[in-house]
Ligand binder design. Structure first.
Ligand code: BG6
Ligand code: MG
Length: 216
């Protein structure tokens, strides 16, 4: 018996599919700098902070930029990304996510968001899910990126629940590693091949139930 008392959710790729907007904005930035990157390379950006994503993209393009230029480029990408997420609607919530959050809360489980994004509050508000989280910990509140467990440990602490009684939902390998490093259970969203170490892997929250939560 896992004795799970709190659920901590990653945002991008678990609750909403914002990966396409990140991809479009980063691709536009790379094209603006005179190169491109592949969809396979894009997979490596999932769960990775904005600053680290830019470093990887510049490496792929063989481009060197000063710290000041990097700040400008990250801000430019974010301005394009923010323009896109302003248009987000509740129908962009991934299948089963809202229903599972509601069922979890009705069953007495606490809920937290644990995301690397600094745009998480805007996204939750646009899709109308803010009220389903007791606590929101995101890129504005942490200093270390996943696979460091800081974001999840801060979520557990804010909820007042011990890490061993928390279950994390994550679509990125760095996020699965962060949850395990924090001493938490983790359900991977994706494929077992891409998410080694996860206690259970499902295709999406539509495949998860309150019963499954207590058997991980
Ligand atoms: C993660 C995404 O959730 O947030 C990454 O998977 C993204 O792709 C990161 O880079 C930071 O997001 P933002 O919105 O602060 O640029
Ligand atoms: Mg994610």
């Amino acid at each position: 018996m896992a004795n799970i008392k709190a659920l901590i959710f990653d945002l991008d790729g678990v609750i909403v599919d914002t990966a396409i907007y990140h991809y479009k904005a980063w691709k536009r930035l790379a094209n603006h700098l005179g190169f491109d990157f592949t969809e396979e390379e894009n997979e490596k950006l999932k769960g990775v902070s904005r600053v680290r994503s830019l470093e990887l993209i510049l490496e792929w393009g063989g481009v060197t930029k000063s710290a000041e230029e990097q700040k400008h480029l990250a801000d430019l990408k974010n301005s394009w990304y923010v323009d896109m997420i302003q248009e987000m609607q509740p129908d962009e919530i991934l299948p089963g996510a809202k229903e599972f959050l509601e069922a979890a809360r009705a069953a007495g489980l606490k809920t937290a968001l644990g995301s690397a994004s600094k745009n998480s509050e805007t996204i939750l508000q646009k899709v109308g899910l803010t009220h389903l989280f007791d606590v929101i910990i995101d890129g504005n509140k942490v200093s270390a990126s996943k696979p460091d467990p800081e974001v999840f440990l801060k979520g557990a602490e804010a909820l007042g629940i011990a890490p061993k009684n928390c279950l994390v939902f994550e679509d990125a390998l760095a996020g699965v590693q962060a949850a395990l490093a924090g001493g938490m259970k983790v359900i991977g969203i994706g494929t077992a091949q891409n998410l080694p170490g996860a206690n259970v892997v499902v295709a999406g929250l539509h495949e998860v139930s309150i019963e499954l939560v207590q058997t991980v």
